[in-house]
Write a protein of this length. Structure first.
Ligand code: GLN
Length: 486
């Protein structure tokens, strides 16, 4: 049962083969027994979960259900969920109870999804390995000594271990796609502005985007149907006609033009990753796709540009954590300035402090033009590279991450090595495009490899179609870590 996709669970519920309360109990039980080895879930509230499941069962009985009604979900702990502790992986918010719902949570609740709990994450979503969380590192179910990727590593690890059928994530520079790749699941970052950022704790507001994480592309489409939509409370939320993201799933691949940027197959990619990605592309060719070579000449600048812009925005966003209104406050201090200083020094971890310092520096008088403005200009060039590439192809493909999951602790002393994890994902956020990662094989040690699909603005339905057709012809997405299969 715990192996089933959302689409299949939904059928079981409709046929009354199971109830939502039974599903909630099943997954809560898996979390209880299996989560201690993973540390993927950090907050549970069984009473609330079971009450939501009972309400979903009543809706199903009344014939008022949709495809997500009664399906359990975990939320990354960056999303406010009313009455639930919401920590963002930080000591700063260790005991913070959300006073209202994020728009995404509100929409998924309205669709009848049942909140199972909150997932661990890198502190304030800053990281690529889930080792910066105040609540300790998350482990990868494929190998417990390895990281699950980050920052949505708790969501990824939980879905990979089948502690939940699906989860929410957020992606500022790769945080949905990279952990999805490292744990063998699917994750989609929508076009910037498709899902509202209201109630999603802000990291870098011009890059942050919420998205679904699940086992299949079809499930991502079902979730995105509920997550997307205009929200007046987010000024960057896009006012568009609602779309059905499942509408293109069955479209054949024949005639699809796949762009392969040579920059994605450069040095530094593990041979096993290249091999799996090339095999996936060969499979697409067999399904009738054409291959076009494209180039993204400024892609190499995406990491330096991101590490100016994201810290700049973070330093501004995180100024609100001052110990005055909510969150941690130092127990002892001499005056107001001392209170701010101690509170922030105690409340934030090392990576968050590093970002605040970089951000403050690049925004300061005298450096603003040299760093911040220049980075904004290069950001535009990166977006222009993609626009040129999409004149020649329908979808860009390549690896999601240059490596498979690495050992815990192996990169924590070297921030630059850690930042390089996102070399293939960050440009997508800088341009505001949609990107998707799907499982595409394993390395020799049995660790999953992710294939990244990047589309033009608002091409989510097509990306999901391209991913779904691959999943009809392959079974990487149904393979699960054997020690969690019992
Ligand atoms: N790993 C990147 C960072 O540390 C991206 C994080 C994210 O997408 N939230 O900033």
């Amino acid at each position: 049962m715990f192996q089933l996709s959302i689409a299949d669970l939904s059928q079981c519920l409709a046929r009354r083969e199971c109830s939502s309360v039974e599903l909630a109990r099943l997954f809560l039980e898996r979390i209880r027994t299996l989560n201690p080895g993973l540390n993927a879930v950090i907050t549970l509230d069984e009473e609330r979960t079971l009450a939501a499941a009972a309400a979903a069962d009543r809706r199903i009985a009344a014939g008022e259900s949709g495809p997500l009604t009664g399906i359990p979900i975990l939320h990354k702990d960056i999303f406010l969920a009313k009455g639930w502790r919401t920590t963002c992986g930080s000591r700063m918010l260790e005991n913070f109870i959300a006073p209202y719902d994020a728009h995404v949570v509100e929409k998924l609740d309205a669709a009848g999804m049942v909140n199972l709990g909150k997932t661990n994450m890198d502190e304030f979503a800053m990281g690529s390995s889930n080792e910066t969380s105040w609540f300790g590192p998350v482990r990868n179910p494929w190998r417990l000594s390895a990281v699950p990727g980050g920052s949505s590593g708790g969501s990824a690890s939980a879905v990979a271990a089948r502690l939940a059928p699906c989860a929410t994530g957020t992606d500022t520079g790769g945080s949905i796609r990279q952990p999805a790749a490292l744990t063998g699941i699917c994750g989609l970052k929508p076009t910037y502005g498709v899902a509202s950022r209201y109630g999603m704790i802000a990291f870098a507001s011009s890059l942050d985007q919420a998205g679904p994480m699940a086992k299949t592309a079809q499930d991502l489409a079902l979730m995105l149907n509920a997550m997307a939509g205009f929200d007046a409370r987010d000024s960057t939320s896009l006012e568009r006609e609602p779309e059905d993201y499942t509408r293109e799933l069955t479209r054949p691949i024949k005639g699809l033009r796949i762009g392969l940027p040579k920059e994605f197959f450069a040095e530094g990619v593990q041979p096993a990753v290249t091999k799996a990605v090339e095999a996936a592309i060969a499979q697409y060719r067999a399904l009738g796709a054409e291959i076009v070579e494209v180039s993204l000449p400024n892609m190499g600048l995406s990491i330096p540009v991101y590490y100016v812009l994201a810290p700049a925005e973070a330093s501004s966003n995180l100024a609100r954590f001052d110990g005055v209104r909510y969150g941690h406050r130092a127990a002892e201090y001499t005056d107001l300035t001392d209170m701010y200083e101690r509170t922030r020094a105690e409340g934030f971890g090392a990576e968050v402090r590093r970002r605040i310092m970089i951000g403050t520096y690049v925004l300061s008088h005298g450096y603003y033009d040299a760093y911040y403005i220049k980075a904004q200009r290069v950001r535009r060039l990166i977006a222009a590279d993609f626009a040129a590439a999409f004149e020649r192809c329908d979808v860009i493909m390549g690896p999601t991450s240059p490596t498979t999951a690495f050992e815990l602790g192996s990169r924590t002393d070297d921030p630059v090595q850690m930042y390089l994890c996102d070399i293939y994902t960050i440009a997508v956020n800088l341009a505001g495009l949609p990107g998707l990662s799907i499982p595409a094989g394993f390395d020799a040690a049995g660790l999953p490899v992710g294939l990244q699909l990047i589309g033009d603005y608002f091409s989510e339905a097509r990306l999901l179609n391209v991913a779904h057709q691959f999943q009809l012809a392959s079974d990487w997405h149904v393979t699960m870590p054997s020690s969690f299969a019992a």
